[in-house]
Design a protein around this ligand. Structure first.
Ligand code: GNR
Ligand code: NI
Length: 170
C-alpha cells in the first residue's frame, strides 16, 4: 500500500495526454490500489492516473460516503451523452477552489474493470459529473480551463503562491 503524490495546477504534467492501457496486469492492479488509497486519504470522490503523474487511461471513482463502492475504469469511452447540467466542482489538483461547470447530465461509459472485463455503465447526477471530470484529466484537461480567463488567472496566481509557500515550509 502506498500513498501517491497528487500534482497541483498549474503543473504542466497535468496537461499530458494518457495512453491506453494495453494489458490489465498486476502492475495496473497495484496502481489502482494505490490510487484508491490516495483518493480515500485525500479525501476525494475520484482520481485520474494523470493526477499522480502516471499517463495511462486509468480512473478510480467512489462517490459513496462509506468508501466501499470503488469503481474502476480502464480505457474509458463515453458512448452516449445526454442533456446538460451545472454542478459545483472541486479537484484534488486544484485545492480550495470550487466553481460551477456545465457538463452532460447523463452519460453511458464503456470501460474495462480491474480484471480486464468490458463493462458498460449508465450514470447521471454526481457520478456522471465525476466520470466526465476524470476523463478530462486523461486528455490533459483540468476543470479550471472551462472557466473565464479572469478566473483562470486568479486561480493560477493563488495556487502558484500556495505552492511556493509549501516549498518554503519544507
Ligand atoms: O473529490 C472530488 N470532488 C468532486 C466534486 C465535484 C465534481 C468533481 C469532483 S472530482 C474531485 C476529485 C478529483 O479531483 N478528481 O479528479
Ligand atoms: Ni480532478
Amino acid at each position: 500500500m502506498a500513498l501517491l503524490q497528487i500534482l497541483h495546477y498549474p503543473d504542466p504534467r497535468l496537461h499530458q495526454v494518457a495512453a491506453p492501457v494495453t494489458r490489465v496486469d498486476d502492475k495496473i492492479r497495484k496502481l489502482i490500489k494505490d490510487m484508491a488509497e490516495t483518493m480515500y486519504a485525500a479525501p476525494g470522490i475520484g482520481l485520474a492516473a494523470t493526477q499522480v503523474n502516471v499517463h495511462q487511461r486509468v480512473l478510480v471513482i467512489d462517490i459513496s460516503e462509506t468508501h466501499d463502492q470503488l469503481q474502476v475504469f480502464i480505457n474509458p469511452e463515453i458512448i452516449r451523452a445526454e442533456g446538460e447540467e451545472e454542478c459545483e466542482e472541486g479537484c484534488l489538483s486544484v485545492p480550495g477552489i470550487y466553481e460551477k461547470v456545465t457538463r452532460a447530465a447523463k452519460v453511458t461509459v464503456k470501460a474495462l474493470d480491474e480484471q480486464g472485463r468490458e463493462r458498460i455503465l449508465e450514470a447521471d447526477g454526481l457520478m456522471a459529473v465525476c466520470i466526465q471530470h476524470e476523463m478530462d484529466h486523461l486528455v490533459g484537461r483540468v476543470f479550471v480551463e472551462k472557466l473565464s480567463r479572469l478566473k483562470q488567472q486568479r486561480i493560477t496566481a493563488k495556487l502558484t503562491k500556495l505552492t511556493k509557500q509549501q516549498r518554503q515550509a519544507l
